[in-house]
Design a binder for this molecule. Structure first.
Ligand SMILES: O=C(O)c1ccccc1NCC(=O)[C@H](O)[C@H](O)COP(=O)(O)O
Length: 263
């Protein structure tokens, strides 16, 4: 599957390369980028990064009825620390245009896509995004991953490096990553193994920010991951499939328990 995701991005990269050669690359966004890492730290250890996810390879269509603007407002009103926005078109029905549409409420936005070329970071920086996802396994060369991390920082984007196992963690650290996202979903088999999250967190180091992602369904999952030592949780499907994503988010942030609002 990883190779399919990579292939799906090649046309976009080729278009960007042509713009680069013509001197017509999109210019960097000049507005304020709210800090992703500061927003997550401020709400740790129960920071919830709420994802705008319309569809996915594992679920097909999830929620096509809610607009990016509507979801951003819901997430901001119900305690999200930040927004994760899937911008990949083929498998997630996403768009890079969604980021600007979600920026209104002022939450930091993580661009969730298959990024492995510096030109994609330039395109990301042309939007109000505050962070960019880098999947360690998609950038196997240590110099390439290190260059992507440096480029993201130079553009004012927090690099969030996604790992699946100990080998990915070493690779991410060797490349200079300090925001680590553990995806319990194997991107080849699409199987979710929650135990991965509880095993890997044992190796968290001081100063690192750790995010657990995938398969998080309810307050019980959230509490267990918080107890294990995570700073943040990234949740997509459980929010987007819910009839009231705002209430589901309030439950996951611990603002609503047993039907009543906690102070
Ligand atoms: O969600 C998928 O089916 C998927 C398949 C292959 C690569 C990535 C995929 N998801 C991207 C994500 O990282 C998730 O959207 C994110 O971790 C939230 O997961 P969930 O809460 O289980 O929707």
């Amino acid at each position: 599957m990883l190779e399919k995701f990579r292939q799906a991005k090649l046309d976009e990269i080729e278009r960007l390369r042509r713009h680069e050669q013509a001197g017509t690359l999109p210019r960097p966004f000049k507005g304020k980028r709210p800090s992703f890492s500061e927003a997550v730290r401020a709400k740790a250890p129960r920071a919830v990064i709420a994802e705008y996810k319309r569809a996915s390879p594992s679920r097909g269509e999830i929620n096509l009825r809610m607009s990016p603007e509507e979801v951003a407002l819901l997430y901001a009103s119900n305690g999200a620390a930040a927004i994760s926005c899937l911008t990949e078109k083929s498998f997630f029905k996403g768009s890079l245009d969604f980021i600007a549409l979600m920026a209104g409420p002022g939450l930091p936005i993580l661009r969730k896509d298959f990024l492995f070329d510096p030109l994609q970071l330039l395109a990301t920086a042309a939007t109000p995004a505050s962070a960019a996802l880098l999947i360690a396994r998609m950038i196997p060369n240590i110099n390439d991953l290190s260059a992507m991390i440096v480029k993201a920082r130079d553009l004012g984007l927090d690099p969030v490096v996604e790992i699946f196992d100990e080998r990915d963690l070493s690779h991410a650290r060797d490349a200079g990553a300090w925001i680590i996202q553990v995806n319990t979903r194997d991107l080849d088999t699409l199987e979710v193994d929650a135990q991965n999250a509880f095993r890997l967190i044992k190796d968290k180091r001081p100063g690192e920010l750790w995010i657990a992602a995938s398969g998080i369904k309810d307050e019980g999952d959230a509490a267990a991951l918080e107890s294990a030592g995570y700073d943040a949780l990234l949740v997509g499907t459980a929010l987007m499939e819910h009839k009231d994503p705002g209430r589901k988010l309030a439950e996951l942030t611990g603002r609503v328990r047993d039907g009543g609002l906690t102070l």
